[in-house]
Structure formats: structure tokens, C-alpha cells
Ligand binder design. Structure first.
Ligand SMILES: [Mn+2]
Length: 261
């Protein structure tokens, strides 16, 4: 590996990436939407890393469900997964459900050897609350309020009760207007060659041309409700594959490969 890197004369040439998002990891209670067994999810990620020679795994936001739970409680409920995250050199990008977390990037970019740029961000900036100046101000106020309230256990308890109640009324997951995110992506594609968003929980891919350059917009879908969706991409050729599995199909494929051996 070291030899290959020196040959390219580049310290961190990332070739194959795996983008996953919207896990919404919870405390495994009845209101949660993660619905994964920690080990099953880790096995699936590891099997893809192995099969496709993945250099970088990128988690594109809404990794934790911090609108409904405290990070400490999530960590306690998923110790193996948290250790796996800590021990690996993964990239974590913030989404609107884990904005309050102290770590995580706003976006991540990779420039390949031909100068093409892959831009990865969660996508909630396309929403009115996060995309307009007044919306951002309201969001910021809400966030700082949430941060100060989160120091008080009782206030948080009441807050989470309200969220759970609100959720029952609004029946999430909502139907997203995916055209809004496509429009947002197209704007970004004036500057970038590939834009990868998440947030909508809709796995999709589109391509178009701008000044004769091929542009790609991909959405990594979700890994919530026991689904396993994501994007594999070679950053040099920009060839990609969409992954669409479920925890059941993942389990079955292990049984099959085990049977063949
Ligand atoms: Mn989101």
C-alpha cells in the first residue's frame, strides 16, 4: 500500500469510497427507527470494504437521532458500534438530526488526479429552515435553546415527550419533495463534478451535462428501519454503484456464502 501511495506521489489518494447516511441511531426503544443489530451492520460494512477495496467510508449525516435522544444514551445502547466508529478512520458529516453533536464536518470534498471534485454534504441546507438567512437564524436560535436546555434533565424529558407526540401526529417518514434537492444539487454541480446528498431517504442517481462536462447527482438513501442503502464510487473513474439491501437480505447472503464454503 505504501508503495502505491509513493508512486502516485500523493499522500492520501482515495480511490474507492462508500457513502452511507441517515442511520438515525437511537437507544433501541420503541420510538427508534434504526432497527439494526450492531454486529449485523458492522459485518455488512466490513464485507463491502473487503469486496470493493474501500479506502474511505463516509457517513453523510443523520448518523445519530439527536432530536429524540441524548448522545450519551445512544452511546450506552450501542457500545459495539460506537467502538467500531471510534477505532476506524471514518468520515462523519453532520445532518439536521445530529447538528447538536460537537464532532462531524459540514461537508467533505475529494479532488481526483484529473482535478474533478466530488462534493458530499447531507443536504438539509436545501430546506427553508436551513437554506434562507431568516430560516438559519430561527434554526440557530432553536439549536442554542436546545443546547442550553439539554443541560437540564427534566427539560429534556419534557422536550422528548413533545417530539414523540409530534411524531405520532405527523407520521414520519415524511414524503420528501425530491425535486427541491435535485434543484439544490444542480446549483452545486455548476462548481462540482459529482454531488452526493442524503437526507431524503430516497436512493437515486441522475446525470446531466454542463458546458460539455458530465455531472452526477447521487443520493445515498438511508440505513434506517433495517435498510442498507448507499453509494460505492471510484473517485478516479467516477463510476458508481447504488447499494440496496435490507438486514434480511444481508443475513441471507451470509448464509449463502457460508453454505458455498
Ligand atoms: Mn436529514
Amino acid at each position: 500500500m505504501a508503495d502505491i501511495l509513493t508512486l502516485h506521489n500523493q499522500e492520501s489518494l482515495i480511490m474507492n469510497i462508500l457513502v452511507l447516511s441517515d442511520l438515525h441511531i437511537d437507544t433501541c426503544d420503541n420510538f427508534g427507527t434504526f432497527q439494526w443489530d450492531e454486529m449485523d451492520l458492522i459485518m455488512q460494512i466490513e464485507s463491502l470494504r473487503d469486496t470493493y477495496n474501500i479506502d474511505k467510508v463516509i457517513f453523510n449525516g443523520d448518523i445519530y437521532e439527536l432530536i429524540k435522544y441524548r448522545l450519551d444514551d445512544i452511546r450506552k445502547a450501542n457500545p459495539v458500534l460506537m467502538r467500531y466508529f471510534r477505532d476506524n478512520d471514518f468520515i462523519f458529516i453532520k445532518g439536521n438530526h445530529d447538528l447538536v453533536s460537537d464532532d462531524g464536518l459540514d461537508f467533505y470534498e475529494i479532488t481526483n488526479s484529473s482535478g474533478q471534485i466530488i462534493h458530499i454534504e447531507h443536504g438539509h441546507n436545501a430546506d427553508w429552515l436551513n437554506g434562507s438567512r431568516i430560516g438559519r437564524l430561527i434554526g440557530k436560535l432553536g439549536l442554542s435553546l436546545l443546547k442550553s436546555v439539554s443541560r437540564c434533565r427534566l427539560a429534556m424529558k419534557i422536550y422528548f415527550k413533545i417530539v414523540a407526540f409530534e411524531e405520532q401526529i405527523n407520521h414520519i417518514p415524511k414524503n420528501y419533495n425530491t425535486i427541491k434537492y435535485l434543484t439544490y444539487a444542480l446549483k452545486l454541480l455548476r462548481k462540482y463534478d459529482v454531488v452526493i446528498l442524503s437526507h431524503t431517504h430516497k436512493l437515486e442517481s441522475h446525470h446531466t451535462y454542463y458546458l460539455n462536462k458530465k455531472k452526477r447527482y447521487l443520493n445515498s438513501g438511508t440505513c434506517s428501519l433495517g435498510r442498507f442503502q448507499g453509494i460505492l464510487m471510484n473517485t478516479e473513474t467516477l463510476k458508481y454503484e447504488l447499494i440496496k439491501e435490507t438486514k434480511e437480505s444481508v443475513k441471507n447472503s451470509y448464509h449463502i456464502s457460508y453454505a458455498i464454503q
